[in-house]
Structures are given as C-alpha cells and as structure tokens.
Design a protein around this ligand. Sequence first.
Ligand SMILES: NC(=O)c1ccc[n+]([C@@H]2O[C@H](COP(=O)([O-])OP(=O)(O)OC[C@H]3O[C@@H](n4cnc5c(N)ncnc54)[C@H](O)[C@@H]3O)[C@@H](O)[C@H]2O)c1
Length: 442
Amino acid sequence: MKSDQSKAQQPSRRSFIRTGGVASAAVAAAMSTKGVVRGDEPASESKSDVINIGIVGAGGRGGGALNDSLSINENIKLIAVADLHRESGERVRKIMTDRHGESKVAIDDSKIYEGLDAYQKVLNDPAVDVVLLTTSPGFRPYHIAEAVKAGKHVFAEKPTCVDPAGYRVCLAAHEEAEKNGTAIVTGTQYRRQTNYMGVVQQIRDGAIGDIVSATTRYCSSGIWYKNRKEGVSDAEYQLNNWMHFIWLSGDQITEQAVHNIDTLNWVMDSAPESAYGSGGRFTRPDDSQMWDSMSIDYVYPGNRVLSFMCRQIPGAKGDNGSVIYGTKGTAYIGAMSSGSRIVDRSGNEVWSMKGSIADAYKQEHKDLIDSIRAGKPIVELKQTADSSLTAVMGRMAAYTGQEVTWDFVTKESTLDLFPKGLTWESSLPASPFAVPGSTKLV
Ligand SMILES: NC(=O)c1ccc[n+]([C@@H]2O[C@H](COP(=O)([O-])OP(=O)(O)OC[C@H]3O[C@@H](n4cnc5c(N)ncnc54)[C@H](O)[C@@H]3O)[C@@H](O)[C@H]2O)c1
C-alpha cells in the first residue's frame, strides 16, 4: 500500500489525462521520466474519468470521426468545436447531440469557435483533453504541432502534410509527443482493418514468398468543385474550394490516394528510395490546380518497382486496391470493405479474409482513448507523415518530369506551400497547374 506521502506526489487524474496541457513542461517531463505518463498508472483507476474532446474542422469527415469516437468510447464528452464557419460547428453539435445525447455532447454556445484562429481557442481550453484535427490537409502539420505543444492528445486525419516543409513539422511534433506523453493517432484506418492486418501478416509469414513488385490504384469518378462567389477574396475562395488548391489538398495523390501509398509502405516496411512518373489533366475546371490522372513508379529497397496510379475522371472505369506480387503467389487487397485474398502461382485461392472499413474507422478512436487511459499513448505520426511525403514525392516527380529521391525530399527540398501571413483577405493568385519540364523541382 502506498503512503500518503507517495500519494501526494502522484499527478492528479486530470493532469494524467492531459499530460503537458495542465502540467508545466517541467512537470510533464518529470512525469514522463518517472514512467507515470507513459505507462505505469493502473488503467482501472482511469476508466471512471470522463475524457473531454474538442474538434477542429467540423466538415464531412470531422462529423464522421466524432460519430466514430462517441459511438465506440464510454466516458467521453464533446465539449468544443472550431471551424472556419460557425454554422458548421452548430450543425455538428446538433447532429452529435441528436445521436449521442447530452451525456456525451455538451457544447456551450461560447465553445463554438469560428475563423482561422478558432483552433487556438480549442487548444487553449484547459478542459479539452483530446483534439480531433479534421480540416483540409494544408493546416494539419501546424495544427498537430500546436496541439502537441498545448499538451493535447491528437487524432489527426490523413494526409498529415502536403509538402516537405510540413513533413519536417510532423517529425518534430512526433518527437515532442513521445517526450511529453501526448498520443497521436492518425486517420489511416486500413492499418486497423482486419483484412489488411491479416494480409500483411500473411505476407510477413511468407505466404506469397519474396515480394517482387506491386501495383496500387485509386481510380474513381470526379470530385466536388465550388464555384467562386462574386466579391470573395482569393483566400476565402480557396479555403472553401480547398480540394483544387495544392497548398490545401496536395492533389488527389496526397489527399485521397495516400491510403494506397500507405499500404505499399506498410507492406514493404519502408518508404521508397525514388519516384518517377507522369500524368495530366483533361477534365478539371479551368482554375483547378489539380491533375486528374497520375502514374508513378516507386523504387523500393532491393530495386523493386511498385507502381501507383490515380485518376478522377467521370465515366472512366473505377478501381481501388492493391496487388502484391511474390515469388510464390499474389495478394489482392481491396479497398473499403471488399476483403483480401491470396492466390498461388496457379491462381488457386489459398487464403482470404473479410474486413469492415466502418469497424476500422471506430477502432482508431478506441485505440486512441484506450492508450490514453492505459497511460501508454500511441504516437504514430511519423509512419503517416512518411506515407504522406511518399505521395508528395510522387506528385513532385510527375509535376516536374524529374526523378525525385527520398533523400532529396527529406533533406534538400525547400518546397513550402503554406502562404505566409494567411488571413481571410489574403490575395493568393493561384499559380497555374504544373507542367512537366517547366515546373521546377525545389
Ligand atoms: N480517412 C478517411 O478515409 C477520410 C475520408 C474523408 C476525408 N478524410 C480527410 O479528412 C479531412 C477533411 O475532409 P472532409 O471531407 O471532412 O472536408 P470538408 O470540407 O467536408 O471539411 C473540412 C472542414 O474543415 C474546416 N476548416 C478548414 N480549414 C480550417 C481551419 N484552418 N480551422 C478550422 N476549420 C477549418 C472547413 O470549414 C470544413 O468545415 C481531409 O484531410 C480528408 O483527406 C479522410
């Protein structure tokens, strides 16, 4: 049994959940060194305490992530929301209250924040323990870094960066989170989907022999586009039509197909060494910077070429999944909930597994909250930042028409797309879409 003296030295339950957010950096560091933050606290004590959630980015996925977290976890409460637009915050509050009731959703009017600095108000709120970061991707590295500094545990949607500058911010935030005991779980849900975990284990166990090559595709129909309203600034237009501006979305390869690229990096247990590729645009609106098709050859260690393709052209055939070729067989990994299977060299199925993406979306939020309660916060940002940068590397190769190496993007590239001094009134003349041979590799 512990003495009163040793009890007095224990951090309070709230400081345990919040780590550095309430405790000073020094206290957090001391807690961390003693192993209190990182794992020696009995999980049973913590189960009874409510964990308070705030969200930054109350759009489609933000609502989905909130619903997943509130559905799968007990003793959690949504207490604050930040978005560029107050209506989005109010909408999410209503939907979540209707679905989950006031025991899980208690957002005072004063805790619905709007604007570009709204995220800071959620991060400065000492009652918030966990923050869900679900804005357009361009903001992600900077929001993650500030959340970790504020001592908040983080759920960060993918992609976590859209350029090498953002990647470096992610690496620093990962390191800081490991030091101060804040969790960072990312929205690469396939890493928690049974058929994906199953097939990767099969591959690791030798079911297809040595991996020779692979191909992955994210080909779908078009994507939404918002017409510019009269009188709005460049910044307002781009923020609301974010998919079409590379500083905000990273283009399709980063914004959506990062899932497929993450699968390749996971299977290969490595980022690629280089990328070479091509692509173009046939159907995008005139002022969109996005391409609508891209094919990249990634060279992984062992001189193995894994090919990637993405396309968003209405009417063209869709395909979303990965095929991994080995010396003994082939693994097919279907996206969404379409399952995985392995065939031998004669085409006979030797293994298969189903999986539910809906379950995987929930599992990431269960893992996050469980890890906080257990005092063993998961920090998985680097893995997802690596995959996001792999996508960026492919985009840079296609846009410039050059071969781009992992060494270059991690160590030398100065590409930093985020506008300096961004305000609602910023003039941001959009640069034209990339043209290989003219667009410079920086
Ligand atoms: N894991 C998945 O399968 C999956 C699925 C869909 C979307 N996503 C990711 O989720 C993110 C959001 O996508 P979405 O479809 O929800 O977009 P969305 O446009 O529906 O929502 C984004 C919201 O963020 C708000 N926002 C933008 N910048 C902000 C800022 N600086 N501060 C506060 N709020 C801000 C917008 O006003 C909007 O309400 C993207 O990164 C996307 O790739 C992941």
